[in-house]
Design a protein. Structure first.
Length: 300
């Protein structure tokens, strides 16, 4: 797996990359920064061994075969099927603001969508002051669902983000703009059920979080209703079939079967479109069924 731009390749990390990745982690999350959260001892090596760490690699020239690791993205696969936690993203300081973080994030999402047939559940946390990282996540389909003060301890507040909510919900049209500095107000709004940060708006007098009220989309409601109808109909059909196939024990049971068949004959032509509807729904379900900490102060 590789994802390329003219000079940058995103690929799976190997153990040969470990020293470069650890050095990058130290540079991106210095001990002197009280808000930074570095990788735990052995965490990066475990990510490489589990095939859960991507690196962004720069080619140093067309004739020069040497390369340089300029970014990494690490995630964890949770116990729940198709649920993932985006654990860390970092870009070399000199390479930030060049889209490298966005490139790694897009490749990460592409891989998980392919692995889960389009329906992964992904969460992450990031520093609420890290506007570059938040913007990249929002552009790639994440929403901010919660503000968590002191998530990693004193001065380490975090925003909690989720990917996949936008696939199931639609905006009600109710939006609020919150200055990015006013985290207390943002927290109070996100405490309300159904409100999520969906965008960052750059205005002449500052930057704002756009908070939208999201509700279950009509398509999801239709799918839910269709599921209920088809399940009930299937249950009735199975019960009738079991009754008709039950061993005959006496004349009364024979009469009962004849009566059921006579009642069923007028509606048999109506069954085909209903069964086709159930079949389409089951096919759709089969196609989508295969679905702590984020550091990220150093994004590009």
């Amino acid at each position: 797996m590789t994802q390329k731009t003219p000079d940058i390749t995103v690929r799976w990390a190997t153990e040969n990359d470990l020293d470069a990745v650890e050095k990058l982690d130290e540079t991106s999350f210095p001990v002197s920064d009280p808000e930074a959260e570095r990788a735990a001892p052995g965490e990066l090596l475990a990510g490489i061994q589990k095939h859960e760490l991507l690196v962004a690699e720069e080619s140093l020239g067309a004739k020069d075969k040497r390369t340089r690791i300029v970014g990494y993205l690490q995630y964890s696969t949770l116990r729940k099927r198709h649920k993932y936690f985006l654990a860390g993203v970092a870009v070399e300081p000199a390479y930030r603001r060049q889209g490298i973080g966005a490139l790694m994030t897009a490749e990460f999402l592409r891989l998980l969508r392919r692995e889960t047939l389009g329906a992964p559940m992904i969460t992450c946390t990031t520093n609420p002051k890290n506007i570059a990282a938040i913007s990249t996540f929002l552009r790639n389909g994440f929403v901010v669902s919660r503000y968590i003060p002191e998530f990693f301890g004193k001065s380490k507040d975090r925003l909690y983000l989720e990917w996949g909510i936008k696939r199931k919900m639609a905006s009600s049209g109710h939006s609020v703009l919150v200055p990015v500095e006013n985290l207390a107000y943002l927290s109070s709004i996100l405490d309300e059920v159904g409100f999520f940060v969906t965008d960052i708006v750059n205005m002449p007098h500052g930057m704002y979080f756009q908070v939208d009220e999201l509700r279950e989309s009509k398509q999801e409601e239709l799918d839910s209703n269709e599921t209920s109808v088809s399940s009930n109909f299937t249950g009735i059909l199975l019960s009738a079939t079991a009754f008709l196939l039950e061993p005959v024990r006496d004349l009364r049971s024979i009469g009962g079967r004849i009566g059921v068949w006579l009642l069923a004959l007028p509606i048999l032509p109506m069954l085909e479109p209903v069964m086709n509807l159930i079949s389409r729904w089951r096919t759709a379900q089969e196609c989508t069924i295969s679905q702590a900490r984020t550091r990220c102060p150093a994004f590009g």
